[in-house]
Design a protein around this ligand. Structure first.
Ligand code: SF4
Length: 55
């Protein structure tokens, strides 16, 4: 896994294995964002579906 920061994707989820270790960025070249709600209305209705838990 390449953990170079992608300066286009800010992220603070340090528990994700795709997180840049040294700064608050994602290390992926692209991510997939989705929703778990039928009609999303707030920030917390949407998700980073590229999240993978860090082991
Ligand atoms: S995959 Fe999503 S949750 Fe994980 S570091 Fe990247 S933006 Fe953050």
């Amino acid at each position: 896994m390449d953990h170079n920061a992608n300066k286009s994707i800010k992220c603070t989820v340090e528990q994700c294995r795709n997180h840049c270790d040294s700064a608050n960025y994602c290390a992926l070249s692209e991510i997939h964002v989705g929703t778990h709600e039928p009609n999303p209305t707030e920030t917390q209705c949407v998700d980073c579906n590229s999240f993978e838990v860090r082991h």
